[in-house]
Design a protein around this ligand. Structure first.
Ligand code: 5AD
Ligand code: SF4
Length: 420
């Protein structure tokens, strides 16, 4: 989401002035730090980064802080770091030209409605398009700061989404990544008069776009994974067979405390249904350990789900108390050491599972969409089920979907040769 927000900022800036990106801090006229506030660590890094940028930048260069931390700290950022010229919230991206022009401007209204705003065009990678389908979040998971930084959920009209995808396909993209905090809740919160369209129907509309060959999306919510959606996921050939199903915890009682809206049984049932309808699909997940009140039994439930589902990818985090969240006020916080031990155990076991999964890929064939030129004459891309591939090759492979046979496996990526 932040990567796409950055692209939108660049596109909007380019409407007024022809900015180009630079790797050289000293050359920059404008430095924008696009921040995350989901966990505490990136927030604490922000102020040290501002200090470093301020020390080494051109004297005339402006510094802006954007994104979720901008939304939640607002003018406090300028108070703590007066070298910051402007603050732009995650929900206010379309106002970037206004804030750049004004000294110490702060735009952080989380209810600002950008859902019908036609952002300028800018894509870091012309082969893969990211397209927002909704903004904000209508849930209130007790650990999560996002509703306080990205505001209420708003669905973007489907016509605009289709138009934007069409534009990116015309410019060379064969793959789209649909973005939203809760993509499969799509269609519940239009702010203008719209025909009913849920996520499954949106996927059907998008798959009609000529020249678009692959559809990915992130993140869906397990609660909204109804049978109709899973059926569409499994049967629509344009939908990539990779799905993120964020677990958070395997314990039903902890899931209740988290206000996730589903139980361990529902989660397992949904994953079993995915494996059953679509055995080739890969499932990834997010897990938090050390949520307030997490007992040994609760954690064993999480380990049990890991054993049963054998996720192909795991993003795991130690619980981090966040401002504006209910769980930060709970009086049964878990000791850091206990959370660290659990995280290590979870990650070690997942590494073993992943090694088995990746080793079994040897000699398998996948259709890979190549989208990036790498050093030493290599090209990278992803298989339909989301595995990262490297092959020897040149830019001729870019933008093509090609059959590749795996000849080397590792935990993070596969190497292979293009089949004749
Ligand atoms: N502490 C730790 N992890 C968190 N996440 C969200 N909020 C917190 C928090 N307070 C994780 C969740 C979410 C992912 C994007 O970040 O797992 O799915
Ligand atoms: Fe946060 Fe929950 Fe919304 Fe996801 S669904 S963004 S975890 S509040």
């Amino acid at each position: 989401m932040n990567v796409r927000d950055s692209e939108h900022m660049i596109a909007e800036l380019n409407r007024e002035e022809p900015y180009t990106l630079t790797e050289e801090l000293r050359e920059a006229d404008l430095i924008i730090i696009n921040t995350c506030s989901v966990r505490e660590k990136p927030v604490s890094r922000l102020f040290s980064e501002i200090g470093i940028f301020n020390k080494h930048k051109k004297k005339s260069a402006k510094i802006g802080v954007a994104g979720c931390t901008a939304s939640h700290l607002g003018k406090e950022i300028i108070k703590r770091a007066p070298s910051v010229d402007f603050v732009l919230g995650a929900r206010n991206i379309s106002k970037i030209n206004e804030v750049v022009a004004k000294k110490h401007a702060v735009e952080i209204d989380i209810n600002y409605d950008d859902s019908s705003y036609a952002f300028g065009e800018y894509r870091t990678n012309p082969f893969k398009a990211m397209v927002n389908i909704s903004m904000g979040c209508d849930k209130s998971c007790t650990f999560c700061i996002v509703p306080a930084t990205r505001g209420d959920e708003v669905s973007i009209p489907s016509e605009l989404i289709v138009q934007e995808i069409q534009k990116s396909v015309d410019a060379g993209a064969k793959e789209v990544m649909l973005l939203g905090q809760n993509v499969n809740n799509y269609g519940k919160h239009f702010t203008s008069e719209e025909d009913a369209c849920n996520f499954t129907q949106l996927l059907q509309k998008i798959s009609k776009i000529d020249g678009l060959e692959r559809i990915r999306f992130t993140s869906p919510h397990p609660l909204h994974m109804d049978d109709e959606f899973l059926q569409e996921f499994a049967s629509n050939p344009k939908i990539c067979k990779q799905i993120h199903v964020p677990l958070q915890s395997g314990s039903s009682s902890l899931l209740k405390e988290m206000k996730r809206g589903y139980s361990k049984e529902w989660f397992l049932d949904r994953c079993a249904k995915i494996r059953n309808l679509c055995p080739e699909a890969t499932i990834s997940t997010d897990i938090i350990v050390g949520f307030p009140g997490e007992s040994d039994e609760d954690f064993e439930d999480t380990m049990d789900v890991l054993e049963q589902v054998r996720f192909e990818q795991l993003f795991s985090f130690k619980y981090s108390p966040r401002p504006h969240t209910k769980a930060a006020e709970f009086d049964n916080q878990i000791e850091k050491e206990v959370a660290s031990e659990r995280l290590t155990r979870l990650q070690s076991r997942h590494t073993e599972i992943l090694d088995d999964i990746m080793d079994a890929q040897m000699d398998k064939e996948h259709m890979v969409y190549f989208d990036e030129l790498k050093a030493e004459g290599r090209v990278s891309g992803r298989s339909d089920d989301g595995k990262l591939f490297f092959v020897h090759g040149s830019e001729e492979l870019l933008g093509k979907i090609v059959k590749v046979k795996v000849n080397k496996t590792s935990r993070g990526a596969l190497e292979g040769t293009v089949c004749a």
